[in-house]
Design a protein around this ligand. Sequence first.
Ligand code: R5P
Length: 294
Amino acid sequence: MSLLAGFTVIGGPSSEQLARRVASRLGSRYVGCDLRVFPDGESKITLKGKPSGRIVVVQSVYPPVDSNLVRALALVSQARKYSSQVYAVVPYMGYARQDREFLPREVVTMSLVAKMFKAAGAARMLVVDIHSMTALKHFQFPSKNVTAVGELVRYFKKMRLMDPLVVSPDMGGAGRARNFAGLLGTGYIALEKHRDRRSGEVTIKSSTNRDVRDRDIIIVDDMISTGGSIVKASEHLRKQRCGKIYATCTHALLIGDAEKRIKKAGVSRIVSTNTIPGRTAMVDVSPAIARAIA
Ligand code: R5P
């Protein structure tokens, strides 16, 4: 463990526990904050201490997305008053799926979000398994993506799985599945997913895959939001008589009854990281974040 003297980690309201772990791994000072939400929805944040030296602000942008985004920007802006070296760590970067114009006249909001972090005073950005590298390119200042795949694989290595097969629910995630499988020492496949851009409905277009039969499956994705992708992938794999199905991702948003629907589709366990706290957040990403900062 490196001791980064003169470093302060500020834990935003959405990432307090994770920020504490990052501070402890770095051997840095930790400063928390108080959050008060006014009746009209405005956030009022007060730092619990005075930061000094270089400052790391840790605040994920998960629901309520816009509120957590403003809180992240407010903390970066406040930190900038104490230091010119502000490192904005946004473990889950909301809006990263709006990284390009999919349909005519759509607003590419990721571009605005990136500009706002710069305007608020961030000198550097760190994100974890951002949805796409295109999203990262919107940051016109030093920015880095770190992956939690190593940490997730460590969790699965401790389990006794039957001839596991790693599955990406879509072709876009094939690289992630390949990395995961490589570290786990097993094979992988990628399904062909189609999402209707207007309705959001997901369909799996892949045909039968003989590799699947009787094997335990780990479906790997960057994030689970409504659960639609995992549900369709599980249904597809179960028809082919696979073994147990596990679903893993870095960011588990699990909107509405997603968890219930995923379990109903035959998934035995959902394993995610603490970029978004919750029942499935069994894997700690602070080692990856601390390594990247140090
Ligand atoms: C899509 O490209 C992403 O990698 C995820 O597969 C997707 O965002 C998950 O969303 P949902 O859980 O709503 O299907």
